[in-house]
Design a protein around this ligand. Structure first.
Ligand code: URA
Length: 271
């Protein structure tokens, strides 16, 4: 499989994928289609280097000082990208379009962009849509979502419409597997732009993927949670993901400790 994939990659780069030669199996076609989409996305994003191993990618982007997406993050967009230039969440959603930038597009029903108050003081960031979210096009509406809604409404005394809720990846990974690095890389610019447009006072990062993506850290969530961190000057509280709490209800009390810190910060009690 790996050999077929590498061969495909090589041929796709040369623009001459042999769809009807001896390897015209369904598997080959799937790999080829996925690679084509990925290469097309890279071209649109202005990425000119084919990375080997840990090599850094370069793009034609130029950073904009007033944008929260500074330094390498602004390089995630091409400078002509509509997403980079979007001045509102609606424009950003329009720029994402019928996204084909990574292989998750193949299995999705809906792009799950985000929901809530565009001027929210508080933003929750999760990992990626599950089955219910994929079907409804809204983040956190399944079982884990019900728990998050309870945290927001019963725990914090807020409404879902008061806050903003988004995910690292906007399309459902098959069988709810973890998002893969290329999928996170393709989608994280949109999350970062969402944060840039909303500029919340506080971000609650739910689970490993949200925390590690936003903080660019490999430190386990169990070590990061419960302490304040900074995402470009925005206070960020890492906590456990609601889906983890469904499997480990004893840890709900730890999340409640974290949420109480968020409430104190929101009410200015730490000033
Ligand atoms: N889990 C997430 O991380 N996000 C959702 O939207 C739903 C479940």
């Amino acid at each position: 499989m790996l050999r077929i994939g590498l061969k495909c990659y090589d041929l796709a780069l040369k623009g001459s994928l042999p769809m009807s030669q001896e390897n015209d199996s369904e598997e080959l076609a799937t790999v080829a289609a996925s690679l084509r989409r990925h290469l097309q996305w890279r071209q649109r994003a202005g990425i000119r280097v084919i990375a080997k191993g840990n090599m850094k990618e370069t793009s034609s982007a130029t950073p904009r000082d007033e944008n929260l997406l500074g330094g390498t993050e602004s390089n995630l967009f091409s400078d002509s990208s509509m997403a980079y230039k979007a001045g509102s969440l609606e424009e950003l959603r329009a720029a994402i379009g019928d996204c084909q930038r990574c292989k998750l597009c193949a299995g999705r029903t809906h792009i799950v962009f985000g929901v809530g108050n565009p001027q929210a003081k508080l933003m929750f960031v999760g990992e990626g849509p599950g089955r219910d979210e994929d079907l409804q096009g809204e983040p956190f509406v399944g079982r884990a979502g019900q728990l998050l809604t309870d945290i927001i409404t019963k725990g914090m005394g807020l409404k879902r419409e008061d806050v903003y809720i988004a995910n690292v990846v906007k399309c459902r990974p098959p069988e709810n597997r973890n998002p893969e690095p290329d999928e996170v890389a393709a989608c994280e610019p949109f999350l970062k732009k969402q944060i840039d447009l909303i500029r919340p006072q506080i971000i609650v990062a739910l689970g490993k993927f949200a925390v590690q993506t936003l903080l660019q850290s490999k430190v386990p969530i169990s070590k990061l949670r419960g302490n304040w961190h900074s995402y470009h000057g925005i206070k960020l509280m890492p906590t456990f993901h609601p889906a983890y709490l469904l499997r480990n209800p004893a840890d709900k009390k730890l999340v409640w400790e974290d949420i109480k810190k968020v409430l104190s910060e929101m009410h200015g009690e730490n000033a």
